[in-house]
Design a protein around this ligand. Structure first.
Ligand code: TXA
Ligand code: MG
Length: 357
């Protein structure tokens, strides 16, 4: 398939909207990451999204709307707390999981009785939804398991030749995906952390917000890191050679159980005081390089959480493109703010392999 590369001009957005109305797929920028959009009410278009991404069929899509009133097409009623959240945060990077109307195709919501809804804070995304005249089902526009795309070039890398068009806008401002908040339980619960934090949400609705327990998980996906402790002996072949199998694991948001954001390289997170992390990274890098491995480093300024969010996925892809064998990443220390949201992605990218220093 020939993938058209479009701009964010009115003329090009009209062309993109025509493709969506005909059941085609168009990737487009949002403030968080690029999305791969199709008509959320068209079962066939949604099935194509799963197929193109290689996405498991039980992992539901977020449905994007351009006006809060359009949520009424998707969910039977909006409660008081939901209305307050919409007033406070839409358009913006907050996705609300709500009861689903029967008219929303089952494929869109991964056969769940709930639907995830968000209004993106991006002019081209909003214009595309408006011109298409339908809500857009849009997961992140990466192949399943790959880091989410924050630049048009990332989308081209993963999806060129597989979808009808890519609206190539600027790099995404936020850089990590929206906060997913479940509004269908006794208290609101964060299923996926993002730059709208628990504290922001609690301030807007004046009640306690839970954090899904699966987000506090610490055990590694594979074999426990035998090399925990910075001074421990290296496995044969260096850290780049160590690997493990994913363990069974069942969080409430289906997407959170899959191996995600995975760079091609083996990745390890170093956790501890910033000065110790820095010297451990230097030492381990030299050790692995002396064994002939290429080593990449991800280390953000202490407490520069928004900058880390903006840069993290792009950095993973950049290191992959350089062909490194091992990525050593410094953990951010943040209990439940933006740094916590970045750590959620970093730990998944590393398969929860951590060295405490
Ligand atoms: O920022 C974002 O949210 C981006 C942009 C494109 O809007 N989209 C995005 O979509 O990250 P995706 O499909 O990559 O992630 C959606 C997440 C998945 O973890 C999925 O399991 C969860 O939301 N989700 C969707 N519908 C759900 C539902 N009804 N109940 C629970 N979790 C749901
Ligand atoms: Mg995704």
């Amino acid at each position: 398939m020939n993938t058209q590369i479009l701009t964010t001009s009115q003329e090009d957005l009209h062309m993109a909207a025509r493709i969506i109305r005909q059941g085609g797929l168009v990737a487009f920028p949002t403030e968080t990451v690029y999305g791969l959009g199709g008509d959320a009410m068209n079962d066939e278009a949604v099935r194509k999204i799963y197929a193109v991404k290689g996405r498991p069929g039980d992992n539901p899509m977020i449905v994007h709307i351009a006006k809060a009133s359009e949520a009424g097409q998707l969910t039977p009623h909006l409660g008081g707390a939901t209305m307050s959240l919409i007033d406070s945060f839409w358009p913006g990077p907050l996705t609300l999981v709500l009861p689903k109307k029967a008219t929303v195709p089952a494929a869109t919501t991964g056969w769940l009785s709930t639907v995830a809804v968000r209004m993106p804070d991006h002019p081209a995304a909003l214009a595309l939804i408006r011109l298409s005249g339908c809500p857009l089902a849009a997961p992140s526009a990466n192949l399943s398991g790959r880091p989410s795309p924050t630049k048009a070039s990332h989308v081209v890398e993963d999806l060129d030749g597989k979808i009808d068009a890519i609206v190539a806008g600027e790099d995404c401002r936020v850089g990590i995906e929206s906060t997913v908040l479940d509004m269908t339980g006794v208290s609101p619960a964060i299923l996926r952390p993002g730059v709208i934090t628990r504290r922001d949400i609690e301030a807007a609705i004046g009640c306690k917000v839970e954090i899904d327990p699966s987000l506090r998980r610490t055990e590694p996906d594979g074999e426990p890191a035998a090399f925990t402790g910075g001074e421990a002996a290296l496995p044969a072949g260096g850290l780049a050679g160590a690997s493990g199998e994913a363990a069974a694991f069942c969080p409430k948001s289906p997407g959170m159980k899959y191996k995600h954001y995975a760079p091609k390289a083996r990745m390890i997170v170093l956790e501890g005081r910033q000065d110790r992390v820095k010297s451990a990274i230097d030492r381990l890098k030299k050790q692995d390089e002396s064994l002939g491995n290429r080593v990449g480093v991800i280390l953000f300024e202490e407490n520069a959480f928004s900058e880390a969010a903006h840069a993290f996925f792009a950095k993973l892809r950049e290191l992959d493109n350089q062909g490194v064998d091992l990525i050593l990443a410094g953990a951010l220390s943040d209990a439940d703010g933006v740094g916590f949201a970045v750590m959620n992605r970093m730990m998944k990218a590393a398969g929860h392999a951590v060295i405490k220093v």
